[in-house]
Design a protein around this ligand. Structure first.
Ligand code: F6R
Length: 253
């Protein structure tokens, strides 16, 4: 595992890139980073992500909770996004994903985890603000550079809002729905400004499918064409990746 610190010209902050020897090591390192934040903070406020990349991270949380090494009793969480138009108990929505993979298995009380709602997106930013803001935001990255569901073209100043998903995102997520069930066309997502207000951001990327977009996001220009590139404007980002995802990092753009 190697860590590299890059000082971005756009700001005075630090971006840390941690290249791990395997996806398993990257997943554990990500989980351990959140665990350190949770155990050292009186009232942790977590920003959480869904997607395939995060499944092993939540498996670590479940294991550490079972072993008595981690408690979520004092934590509050805010998930990045949710599909529009699905029933609240639809197994393909992100509430169900989080219950299945984390909340049903740990001491996170009902009422302490929050999801944006299409009926009142702005209320989500207010709720985050009322809690004192997100201390650590966990992110994955879409192959088209989306973070949350902020697709290419996303506005730097956007707050939680309803978005239309791109065809490529809907295709990428089709496997999370039963055969023949269409992926919703819309979703509600934290905006770029909402995400950038987190005190610290940890982005996990694994597999060679993320190699091109990681290079664009962190070695390319800050541009709405690649929403993840806005993370260069934040002053405390940690990118954790395996060798496959890091394959093009370090190459000139
Ligand atoms: C999920 C989310 C998305 C995913 C991204 C990567 O809450 O906000 O941005 O992180 O689509 O998904 P996977 O991990 O399935 O490749």
């Amino acid at each position: 595992m190697t860590a590299q610190l890059a000082r971005k010209p756009e700001n005075t902050g630090v971006m840390e890139i941690i290249r791990c020897d395997s996806s398993a090591q990257a997943e554990r390192e990500t989980a351990a980073t959140l665990r350190r934040y949770i155990t050292r903070t009186a009232k942790p406020a977590l920003g959480l992500a869904t997607g395939r990349t995060m499944l092993p991270v939540y498996a670590w949380f479940r294991e550490w909770y079972r072993d008595g090494e981690l408690s979520f009793a004092n934590s509050t969480s805010f998930n990045l996004d949710e599909y529009c138009g699905l029933a609240s108990d639809d197994p393909s929505n992100f509430v169900s994903y989080m219950r299945r993979n984390l909340f049903n298995h740990v001491d996170m009380e009902e009422g302490r985890f929050h999801f944006p709602e299409q009926t009142d997106p702005e209320a989500f930013d207010a709720r985050i603000g009322d809690s004192g803001g997100i201390g650590l935001q966990l992110l994955g990255i879409g192959r088209n550079g989306h973070i949350g569901f902020n697709e290419p073209g996303a506005d730097r100043n956007s707050r939680t809002h309803v978005v239309t998903l791109t065809e490529s995102t809907r295709n990428a997520n089709a496997g999370d729905f039963p055969a023949g069930t269409p992926v919703p066309e819309q979703a509600v997502t934290m905006g770029i400004a909402t995400i950038l207000e987190a005190q610290r951001i940890v982005l996990l990327a694994t597999g060679n499918g993320k190699a091109d977009i990681l290079k664009r996001a962190f070695h390319g220009p800050v541009s709405s064409d690649c929403p993840a590139s806005y993370l260069q404007l934040h002053n405390h980002v940690t990118v954790i990746c395996d060798g496959a995802a890091a394959a093009h990092l370090g190459e000139p753009s």
